[in-house]
Design a protein around this ligand. Structure first.
Ligand code: TYM
Length: 375
């Protein structure tokens, strides 16, 4: 858990001005550098995902070790997750599309945890039935990303099977109150369900080893807000006879309004996968940009794409072509591109994406039951 005067980054809250170089230091992770990119490219036939090319995957734990492990013929499983506290938003989808790319490149299993218990325990306003309901709605969004249905398994915490529960209990015996207090900031008034949750979120790190009856490391692509869980898990992995989980951390996609990441708690700043095209378009057209006060000024002085949320959205997900992205940056800086058309173009791309995503969701409804693992 990292909290200073400018920002808060915990598994439950991310807000303020995020300085990623500082987060690396505070979380004690390593920067994702060019050596890693080159090593990865050797294993993917030279293909590198835009999130890596553009520095959006900024930090890691032991990814260099995992690449050497793969080079020498070892396999691994992917693990990521979602806390179902409402509808899915576009910010969630960004690391999931990256996870799909990893699954496609390495042809590996993905264990996707849905922490309906955590969201129930953390949010006073939810009943358990509500978060369980969101779990199913969120799984539709996740499957619509296009993960391999044969190799993707959802662990819904409220329905996890006996092997999973046994594993979580074994983990919980090795994590003390003083550890979770130090890592998560828990105190005497934290409910005891939340005190146990780190064991539940750690369990998928070792679950593939249990399922396959041999040691398999996991790679976790996620935001750095979830890293405290991996710290706690890494401390006990060796003692329990498993590999330490490997993590990749990606940047947070900002909301449309000024400041902070895209988050369900601010619906005006956030595009949900359930939004209609009209609603989404309206939100995008009201976005905070790096534009000047007047068109005349912007033509003369240029805009600032470096602080612009609209540019951020192009960079993270709505412009795949690096040359076109660079041109957008230059045209903005030179005063040749105004915010109005830039926002309208983004709104059109968002609407098109939503239409495609919503129609894919209809196609995956049949896959949900068979994708849930309950052993
Ligand atoms: P949750 O539901 O808060 O977040 C799910 C994933 O989405 C990332 N994320 C974002 N990424 C980019 N831009 C944003 N604006 C944005 N907002 C959220 C989060 O970092 C996370 O990767 N406790 C977890 C559920 C979980 C999990 C996991 C997540 C269980 N096991 C393993 C990741 C990996 C949770 O509530 O996530």
């Amino acid at each position: 858990m990292v909290q200073d005067e400018k920002s808060i980054v915990t598994p439950w809250e991310v807000s303020g001005d995020l300085d990623y170089a500082k987060l690396i230091k505070k979380f004690g992770t390593k920067p994702f550098d060019e050596t890693l990119t080159n090593k990865l490219a050797k294993l993917t036939g030279g293909d590198i995902h835009p999130m890596i090319r553009r520095g959006l995957v900024f930090s890691h734990r032991d990814f260099d070790w995992l690449l050497s492990h793969i080079e020498s013929g070892g396999d691994f499983a992917l693990y990521t997750g979602r806390g179902p506290s409402g509808d899915t938003h576009l910010g969630h989808l960004v690391p999931w599309f990256f996870t799909k790319w990893l699954q496609d490149k390495f042809d590996v299993e993905l264990y996707f945890q849905i922490t309906d218990d955590e969201k129930f325990l953390y949010n006073p306003q939810y009943t358990y039935d509500q978060t369980i309901g969101y779990a199913y709605k969120n799984i539709e969004d996740i499957l619509a990303v296009g993960f391999d249905p044969e190799k993707t398994k959802f662990i819904i915490d409220s329905q996890a099977g006996p092997k999973f529960r046994k594993l979580a209990t074994e983990i919980s015996k090795r994590i003390t109150f003083s550890t979770v207090k130090a890592i998560f900031g828990y105190n005497e008034s934290t409910n005891i369900g939340l005190l146990y949750h780190p064991a539940i979120q750690a369990a998928p790190c070792f679950y593939p080893s249990i399922i396959h009856g041999r040691k398999i490391p996991v790679l976790i692509p996620a935001g750095i807000d979830q890293d405290p869980y991996w710290r706690a898990t890494r401390d006990i992995a060796k003692k329990m006879g498993y590999y330490k989980p490997v993590a990749l951390h990606s940047e947070f996609i900002p909301g449309l309004e000024k400041g902070g990441k895209m988050s369900s708690s601010n619906p005006n700043s956030t595009v949900f996968t359930t939004d209609t095209g009209k609603v989404a378009s309206k939100k995008v057209n009201r976005a905070f940009t790096g534009g000047r006060a007047t068109i005349e000024e912007q033509k003369r002085l240029g805009g600032d794409p470096g602080i612009c949320n609209v540019f951020s959205w192009y960079r993270s997900s709505f412009e795949e072509d690096d040359t076109a992205l660079q041109k957008r940056w230059d045209d903005c800086k030179n005063g040749d591109l105004m915010c109005g058309p830039c926002k309208m173009d983004l709104a059109d791309r968002v609407v098109l994406f939503l239409e495609m995503h919503q129609s894919k969701k209809e196609d995956v409804a049949d896959l949900i039951e068979s994708s849930i693992i309950r052993v």
